[in-house]
Every structure is written in C-alpha cells, then in structure tokens.
Ligand binder design. Structure first.
Ligand code: ZN
Length: 261
C-alpha cells in the first residue's frame, strides 16, 4: 500500500491489487474516506494513516457500488456510508452482493479476513449535490456509464477530482453490467471542465494524474468509446487483461446480427 499527499487536506492510499485508490479528505475537524483499499492489512492500517496525519474521521463515501470500492467499513466498522442515490438503489437491488463478491475474491486469492463485510446504514446523497466537510464542500457529480450508478467528487479548494472508475491510466474504459457507452461518454463530457480545473485527478485504479495527463486520457477514452466496436486500444493500455475488457466492451456495443427471413 502506498500513501501520497496531494494537498494539506488530501491523501491518497493505493492498494496493492488493481491499484485501487482510496482518497482521504479533511477540512477543519472533519474527514471523509472516499472508496477503500482491498487487502485486510491495508484496511487495518487505514485508521493509523488518518491518526498520523491528524485527520479526525467523520464518515465514508463511495464513488460507486462495485465491491472493491466499498470496503471502508472493514476499517471503520460503525461508520456511516454516503453514496449517490443511484448507488443506494443498486445496493438495495443487490442485497449482500458486495459481500458475496468479496468472499469470492478472498477464496480465489486465499485471503483471510477477520470479519465479513456489512455495509450497515447507507445514506443516499442527492447527486448533483454536495457534502460539507469542515468549512468546505465536496461537490458531487453523477458518474454513470461504467456501471448504472456512481458519482465523482470535486474537492474545489484543493483542486482535486476523485472520479471513480473513469480516466484510469491502467484500465481502458470498462462498460460493465448496467453501464452504457452513451452514459460513459456523457460522464466524460461532464468531467471535462473539472479535469481542466484540476491540479490532480484520482482515478479509481492507477496512479494519481496531474490535470494535463488526465485530460490526455480523457481524449483517448472518448476516441476509444466513440469508435467501439471497431476501436483500437489506447497505446499504453494493451495488456491481455485490457484485451479481455475490450472484448466485453465489443460484445456490449455490437448490434445483434440481422436475422435472416
Ligand atoms: Zn473499480
């Protein structure tokens, strides 16, 4: 696990698996943890990271309902979890789904966890909207298309954008279950002015980006999505794992063959 400071009020913790990012944001005497690392030792270390930084924990936020972003309660068991209304709806429609997928991951990788995941009380936040932290505001913008749900968080006073599973330097755009190309492109258009204003962009997976690099990835991703199903993979994201994601994207964006009559 890696910890990087982006601003006096913003830290990013990166998990050893899928470079999953967790953003810790403080203002005054409040502090939110957005998304989560994955492995038990990383989650166990999280409260100490906050304590060391002098950030007093307030609550959890999650950018979307994919299980690898929802593990904050394993580090802060009694904490409230705030999510977009779309994410709350998805969690309600799939009760226990995140815990099941976490168990499957743990079984596959022989990971032992001291306790199972329980999401507890989930608070649905209106998006677009905002969430107060100290005397500042976290601006929430809809971010769907990768999945049917989600939000991006703009930390305006620090010029940091936490965008969930978009603008990744290690993963091509993934049109997942419930996602769509049109919604994905609309999200990228919505994020563009924030990317232009950002000092740093924190993607759900991969290194923190400066604004210029994030803008370049945004352009690559728009081109890739617009050309699907015939798109070429972006130059720096062509590993076998990315080809698998690409094949799934092609299936989701190909018209079914015209039936002969
Ligand atoms: Zn993810």
């Amino acid at each position: 696990m890696r910890v990087v400071g982006l601003h006096r009020d913003v830290l990013v913790v990166t998990s050893r698996v899928w470079q999953t990012a967790c953003t810790i944001v403080r203002n005054g005497d409040e502090c939110f943890v957005i998304d989560s690392p994955v492995f038990p030792d990383e989650l166990e270390a999280l409260p100490a990271v906050l304590e060391h930084a002098g950030f007093p924990f307030t609550g959890l936020l999650a950018t979307h309902a994919d299980w690898d972003h929802l593990l904050g309660r394993l580090a802060f068991p009694a904490a409230p979890l705030g999510v977009a209304e779309t994410t709350a709806a998805r969690l309600a429609a799939e009760p226990g789904g995140a815990a099941r997928e976490l168990r499957a991951f743990d079984d596959e990788h022989y990971v032992h966890r001291p306790a199972p995941l329980s999401l507890g009380q989930v608070q649905a936040l209106p998006v677009p909207g905002h969430c107060e932290v100290g005397s500042e505001q976290i601006e929430l913008q809809p971010a769907d298309g990768h999945t049917a749900d989600g939000m991006a968080a703009w930390l305006g006073w620090a010029r940091v954008l936490v965008c969930g599973d978009y603008l990744s330097p290690v993963e091509i755009p993934m049109i997942g279950e419930g996602g769509s190309r049109d919604a994905y492109l609309a999200t990228l258009r919505r994020l563009e002015p924030l990317v232009d204003a950002a000092a740093y962009v924190v993607p759900g997976h991969g290194d923190v980006l400066d604004g210029a690099r994030a803008a370049a990835i945004l352009r690559e991703d728009v081109t890739y999505l617009a050309k699907l199903p015939d798109a070429e993979l972006p130059m720096a994201r062509r590993s076998p794992a990315q080809h698998e994601i690409h094949a799934a994207n092609v299936r989701r964006t190909s018209r079914p063959p015209a039936s002969r009559s």
